[in-house]
Write a protein that binds this ligand. Structure first.
Ligand code: GRF
Length: 210
């Protein structure tokens, strides 16, 4: 087995962030890492198509086959552990992961959120709802956040953020598009830093080593 960081990605939708990770590994921006599997809770997630195109293992794990969310989370954890995954990347994964899952990968689950946490996060804040809330609040800036997952929703240690301006005539769609462009740069950068051992946690802070 190679000594590369083994990444498992969880997805529910289109997978443009997944694509940015695949591309950054392929073009060498991220070294010492490989995506070993992509798992979706949706059989028709386009992210799974992207995965197969790149000859990466794509798994659809149907939540309906598990009696409850706890056991579904455990099923996901088992698949990831069987493949010796050292980093779990959530990339538009819309199901809740139970605490038992989170405890099995301490400091090893990253998520991307399309706003500047700790604002505009929490339960129910996903997709266009986030951008609508930002526009309703009259915020002048938004952006995206890569953070580690902990047991509280959208609360884990912040790794990187990128800021974009909110324009006067923005709609949730135009704002989402501006932010997504940043997401595609930020997620690969966070994974690159992690894979090269440059991320150090100090209490609530994440230090980026030189
Ligand atoms: C992104 O906006 C991300 O911030 C959020 O879900 C969306 C996923 O988009 N967590 P995609 O499937 O990567 O295109």
């Amino acid at each position: 087995m190679s000594d590369k960081l083994r990444i498992g990605v969880l997805v529910s939708g289109g997978g443009t962030n997944l694509q940015s990770l695949i591309d950054s590994i392929a073009n060498g921006k991220i070294q010492n890492a490989e995506i070993v599997c992509v798992i979706s809770n949706k059989s028709n997630a386009y992210a799974l198509e992207r995965t197969r195109k790149h000859k990466i293992e794509a798994l659809f794990i149907n939540p309906k086959d598990s009696p409850d969310s706890e056991r579904y989370s455990q099923k996901l954890a088992d698949e990831l552990k069987t493949r010796n995954v050292g980093l779990v990347c959530l990339a538009g994964f819309l199901l809740k992961l139970e605490q038992s899952f989170i405890r099995q990968f301490p400091g090893r689950i990253m998520n991307i959120h399309p706003a500047l946490l700790p604002a505009f996060g929490g339960k129910g804040m996903y997709g266009h709802r986030v951008h609508e809330a930002v526009l309703d609040a009259g915020a002048k800036f938004s952006g995206c956040t890569i953070h580690f997952i902990d047991e509280i929703f959208d609360h884990g240690t912040i790794i990187l953020q990128a800021v974009v301006p909110v324009l006067q005539d923005d709609t949730p769609e135009t704002l989402a598009k501006r932010i997504l462009e940043q997401e595609h740069k930020l997620y690969p950068e966070a994974v690159r830093l992690f894979a090269s051992g440059k991320i150090k946690l100090q209490g609530r802070k994440c230090l980026i080593l030189p």
